[in-house]
Design a binder for this molecule. Structure first.
Ligand code: F0G
Length: 484
């Protein structure tokens, strides 16, 4: 019965990671009303799912790869593990999920020194992984609106550019009663990212400062006004993003041994979701071992790295002031999901078995390493964003430090499409980085268009004569030899 929507329903509740308080999932909550802690959603009936053997789950998810049920084509291929309270009619599908995992070309793998692939989450509809979480959050909002008969819901989010693009896209698709407002740090999202919520018709508001400032503002809005918060503080986003873990496991035939996942860390929702997703698969015996997970941060926004760099007994959580970063989408000094990372990293290490200290690690890279890696990846046929470049830089750092062995395989999360970050590529090619980034381009990699003829040379010529002139100019530039 893979071509029908599942009849199984779980019972989800919010669990506060600080005080353990629990709340039913039929209300939109972001932080614990009792202590202000962040939530994860838990299915009270998760143990029921364990009654089905791992092999049966694997067969079910594999069979669903061919489903014609729209609601199950994207992230909800893994419905039972994500949000099994939603009804089919609520599920919003815009083509998110099931993104390709592209092996690096053999010569590139050889050069880097281990087997690796990019998972191109930039091939989601709004060109970033945020669509996974947004598909779940919007499906949930539709479900809530139906249950409570709400006729007006204003969604808000702060963003470094991609959350806002995704939120605006899904709101535009669903339409009333949902409308979208996005709050952006002025001048800190790329022109391409800015064009997205504008094109989707969202109300786009900007404030001076950085993402962390905007995040504080939307937190106050969510606490005091009737708005629906769409940042990953909203636990439904996390559930949707767990689909990434499921897809990685499924693509590897449910055998993730020897696999190292590299994930850029900003607000820390994505890495939370990936750990959580893998743990669920393990608990249901869908996979029999866990992959290793590496968070990657730039030295210009590295609070999570700093925390884990200290010995376990001396770890103190401290937000940092960020510096301009080419991994701008992850340029966050006070990630709201840090408590989730801390809780899940512990659970992850416990479930990992032998070598638990290698289960979850965080590496730090320079801005220079990020930019060089992104440019190189894309010159080898990838479509990596700067955060994808950050993952490749992280793999290199981990290999050099002996944290990853040449016999392991890495999956690098290219969290967005390269085109969103074209401006950083321009700065690299034109040696245009402001000094605060600390990036010196490799001139050998610079690439620029060359204008072969002056505009006047087009004027007054018919197409045929201009084509001859153009062909001559191209042949001369390339040193082409005439055919015999
Ligand atoms: N990569 C991209 C392309 C992102 O947009 C983000 C976060 C991250 C990585 C970091 O992921 O926050 O889950 O740790 N962007 C958010 C936004 C903050 O507003 O678009 P994270």
């Amino acid at each position: 019965m893979t071509d029908t929507f599942p009849t199984w329903r779980g019972r989800l509740e919010y669990v506060c990671l600080d005080c353990g308080a629990r709340y039913p999932a039929d209300d939109l909550l972001y932080t614990c009303p009792r202590c202000g802690g962040v939530f994860l959603l838990r299915d009270l009936d998760f143990d029921e799912l364990k009654k089905r053997p791992g092999a049966e789950w694997r067969a079910l998810f594999d069979a669903r790869a061919a489903t014609r049920v729209t609601a199950l084509r994207g992230i909800f291929r893994f419905y039972e593990l994500l949000a099994p309270v939603l009804d089919e009619e609520d599920i919003v599908y815009l083509g998110e999920g099931q993104t390709p995992l592209v092996d690096a070309a053999p010569r590139f793998q050889e050069e880097v020194g281990c087997r690796f692939a990019f998972k191109n989450d930039g091939q989601n509809p709004s060109a970033s992984f945020k669509d996974r979480g947004m598909a779940c959050a919007f499906s949930y909002l539709k479900w809530l609106c139906r249950r409570h008969d709400w006729d007006e819901v204003l969604t808000v989010c702060a963003s470094t550019g991609d959350t806002s693009a995704a939120a605006a896209l899904y709101a535009a698709y669903v339409g009333p009663p949902l409308t979208s407002v996005v709050l952006l740090p002025h001048g800190r999202v790329t022109p391409q990212q800015l064009s997205q919520p504008l094109g989707s018709g969202a109300v786009v508001l900007e404030l001076p400062g950085v993402f962390d400032d905007c995040m504080k503002v939307v937190e106050i809005l969510a606490e005091h006004y009737r708005v629906a918060l769409l940042n990953s503080k909203n636990s439904w986003r996390i559930l949707g993003q767990e689909s990434y873990a499921c897809e990685v496991a499924q693509w590897h035939g449910w055998d993730v041994s020897g696999l190292c996942l590299f994930v850029p860390v900003g607000n820390a929702g994505n890495i939370t979701a990936i750990m959580s997703g893998m743990l669920k698969l393990r608990e249901l015996n869908i996979i029999t071992s866990l992959p290793r997970i590496f968070g990657v941060q730039s030295e210009h926004a590295d609070p999570v790295w700093r925390y884990y760099a200290a010995p376990p007994a001396g770890r103190v959580w401290k937000p940092v002031d960020v510096q301009p970063s080419v991994a701008q989408a992850a340029m966050i000094g006070n990630p709201v999901s840090f408590p989730r990372v801390r809780a899940l990293a512990e659970r992850y290490a416990d479930a990992f078995g032998a070598g638990a200290d290698r289960a979850f690690q965080v590496v730090r890279v320079t801005e220079q390493e990020i930019m060089d890696a992104m440019i190189e990846a894309n010159r080898h046929g990838h479509i990596a964003c700067t955060q994808g470049g950050e993952c490749l830089a992280g793999l290199r750092v981990a290999l050099a430090a002996g944290l990853v062995g040449g016999d392991e395989r890495a999956v690098l999360d290219s969290t967005a499409h390269s085109l969103k970050f074209a401006g950083f590529q321009d700065m690299y090619f034109n040696n245009g980085f402001p000094p605060e980034y600390g990036v010196t381009p490799d001139p050998a990699l610079a690439n620029r268009p060359e204008l072969l003829l002056a505009p006047e040379e087009r004027e007054g010529r018919d197409v045929a004569s201009f084509a001859r002139l153009g062909a001559e100019a191209v042949a001369k530039r390339l040193g082409l030899r005439p055919r015999d």
